[in-house]
Design a protein around this ligand. Structure first.
Ligand code: NAD
Length: 371
């Protein structure tokens, strides 16, 4: 059996699905690995590094591949080059990839989406959404510290005392908690808010101070948040406005599964911050938590710098690939039995992550989406 590691095609994607150090676990399971030439370049892994651990490196990895792994979904033309029954493993946000899902079905490709890994204890080593959110949260705090024209920590020196920066984090899921922890390590005073009830304890556990608003929690299914009503959104913005105005740095990460990101902060609220403050919107790719943020751009709003994140995990390609690759290896090992591909759809992780198989869309919400 042969696993092919693709060179990423999507502009700006610098990660690779598997790094050389991750291959021994697969090779030991009795499979061959071929790596498309240059696949690891942006993540700091050369073709020779892959060869050194026993992979083949070539320009054509699709011919003879049983499993094709990538970070981003394969594109339509790659899907045309893949044969029936071949397995793909990648992120595959099906709502954004409807034409590709149709092509995968038509080509009878068996596709698995890393976006669909269930959030169960057993699936944690495969949870790529969490691993990449962690990278994004860390990067968000570092970007803010670098852009802010003042110190994060308190300094007490003979030349005087400098107060620490105040960081406000909105949305304290995996990315938000990592942003809080990183900003704390840099010495900032950190406050955070989230709509989930369990959040106060989680924020405190990484050294943040939870902002209590006079609003009911908004828990949805599976530990995720629910969408806000317009009335709730307006009230939440009113209550958060003084906290936003007092912050030197605002980092936003709020998301609701299957929806565009909620607008938590208006342009007026940004304009109410001190000149020189920094806003990092990690949800910019999903529509943005901050009005006016643009993915991949920095804009100035009344002296406040607003940084819109775009594929933020890819900005730290090496560690992001290390974590993603680890997740992918664990998924692949579920599919192997004595060196051969063995798809056991009785396995809850494999059944939850499969999007297309044998000419059918097997992921029910995606099937409904296709109509
Ligand atoms: P996410 O990326 O879907 O959203 C980020 C955060 O935004 C969430 O904490 C959410 O509550 C918050 N949010 C949504 N609307 C908001 C609003 N209007 N105002 C403020 N905050 C808002 O979240 P995530 O990082 O994927 O985590 C979601 C949940 O899943 C958390 O409870 C987390 O602990 C849990 N989780 C569990 C596992 C596991 O069990 N294996 C793994 C990862 C995450």
């Amino acid at each position: 059996m042969r696993i092919a590691v693709l060179r990423e095609r999507r502009t700006g994607e610098r990660r690779v699905a598997l790094l050389p150090e991750q291959l021994p676990r697969l090779l030991a399971a009795g499979v061959e690995v071929s790596v498309e030439s240059g696949a690891g370049n942006e993540a700091g892994a050369t073709d020779d590094d892959y060869r050194a651990v026993g992979a083949q490196v070539s320009e054509d990895v699709l011919t003879g591949a049983d499993v094709v792994v990538s970070v981003q979904p394969i594109n339509l033309s790659t899907a045309r080059q893949i044969g029936e029954g071949v397995v793909t493993v990648s992120f595959l946000p099906t709502a954004e990839e409807v034409p590709l899902v149709r092509r995968l079905r038509e080509r009878r490709i068996t596709s698995f989406s890393m976006d669909l890994v269930p959030r169960t204890a057993r699936a944690q080593p495969m949870d790529a959404l969490s691993s990449q959110s962690m990278v994004a949260g860390y990067r968000g705090a570092i970007v803010a510290a670098e852009r802010l024209q003042r110190f994060f920590p308190l300094f007490m020196t003979a030349a005087g005392t400098v107060r620490p920066a105040t960081v406000l984090v909105l949305g304290a899921g995996v990315a938000g908690l990592q942003a809080i922890a990183t900003a704390r390590r840099l010495g900032a005073v950190v406050e955070a808010y989230d709509v989930r009830e369990s959040s106060a304890e989680e924020v405190a556990s990484v050294g943040g101070k939870f902002v209590q608003l006079d609003l009911p929690p908004l828990a949805g299914a599976g530990g995720y948040a629910r969408e806000m009503t317009e009335e709730r959104a307006t009230r939440q913005r009113e209550l958060l406005a003084p906290h936003v105005a007092a912050a030197d740095v605002l980092i936003t990460t709020a998301a609701v599964p299957g929806r565009t990101a909620p607008v938590l902060v208006t342009t007026d609220m940004v304009a109410g911050m001190r000149a020189g403050s920094v806003v990092v919107d990690l949800a910019a790719d999903q529509g943005g938590n901050v009005e006016g943020s643009i993915p991949g751009h920095e804009v100035m709003v009344e002296g406040v710098l607003v940084w819109g994140g775009s594929n933020v995990p890819s900005q730290l390609p090496r560690p992001a690939s290390e974590l993603y690759g680890h997740n992918v290896v664990n998924v692949l090992l579920l599919m192997l039995r004595v060196g051969a591909l063995h798809l056991d759809f009785g396995d809850d992780i494999l059944s939850a992550t499969c999007v297309t198989h044998a000419g059918e869309v097997v992921h029910r919400p995606t099937l409904e989406l296709l109509g």
